[in-house]
Design a protein around this ligand. Structure first.
Ligand SMILES: [Zn+2]
Length: 261
């Protein structure tokens, strides 16, 4: 509790500092609300270096000292490479706390060694599979991607089997969101098979969630929505799941849901 409070205070302080840093960055030439609108390789590298300057001046030496000799993260995340999905959505202080692996479509199979490292060697307590609204990889896997590069086709081939719900009926956006969730379910099932010993021993929870910046799940824009806990996808059963027993009722109601079931 004490640790959490300290973390929350640091988080709030960091927020204010970051807001100032980003405001300065946003006012620089070539930026529109912090986003480069006329990107070239040169302007992009300027963004990288100036962004790092803003970052390193936000934190003092003490911030880095606790983890210079090793990491002790609590969470392994496999999420999409999509630029709209970042750790700030669930932890402002992700340093030394989140072991994160990213690829298109948040697929364990394509990064199994990295996920193994987080779950078995660190070892983290939760494996979070994080999909998101408007996932381009899921959309691509729902259609004809035969003209893509060999590398992209390989990534989409492993995603495609979980697109079974795309029967062509109903609004496309609804089917798209359902398939985002189905992919999360498929990845959780894959993770449960890999780590069944740790889940059975109560040392690990495999949780599936969706980051919803379109409010398609109806829990507000920017919500993280839990859609699968250790293979359980029934909303009422998830709400009563022991893994969530340190959350308040209000927190559970606003962060557990489903569109696919
Ligand atoms: Zn995506």
């Amino acid at each position: 509790m004490k640790k959490f409070f300290k973390k929350a205070v640091i988080g709030l302080g960091t927020c204010a500092l970051l807001a100032g840093a980003y405001a300065a960055l946003a006012s620089a030439p070539g930026h529109d609300n912090g986003h480069i609108v006329t990107a070239t390789p040169n302007s992009t590298m300027k963004m990288v270096i100036q962004g790092n300057d803003a970052f390193k001046h936000t934190y003092n030496r003490e911030h880095f000292e606790p983890f210079q000799d090793g990491q002790v993260p609590n969470l392994t995340v496999i999420t999409c490479a999509d630029s709209r999905v970042h750790t700030q959505l669930f932890d402002f202080q992700a340093d030394n706390n989140i072991f994160i692996i990213r690829n298109v479509g948040n697929q364990i199979q394509n990064s199994e060694g990295s996920v193994d490292y987080g779950v078995r060697h660190l070892p983290t307590k939760v494996l979070l599979v994080l999909g998101h609204s408007s996932c381009g990889a899921v959309k691509a896997a729902m259609g004809d991607y035969s003209g893509e590069t060999p590398g992209i086709k390989e990534e989409l081939d492993t995603l495609q089997p979980s697109m079974a719900m795309d029967d062509g009926s109903g609004p496309f956006n609804h089917r798209w969101a359902q398939n985002v969730e189905r992919n999360v379910d498929a990845q959780v099932a894959y993770g449960l098979e890999l780590y069944k010993d740790k889940v059975a021993a109560g040392e690990l929870a495999v949780v599936g969630a969706v980051y919803d910046f379109n409010n398609l799940w109806g829990k507000d824009f920017g919500s993280l929505i839990v859609v699968n806990i250790n293979g359980e996808t029934d909303v009422n059963k998830m709400m009563g799941h022991p893994v969530l027993n340190e959350l308040s009722k209000a927190e559970i109601v606003t962060h557990v849901g489903s569109r696919a079931k």
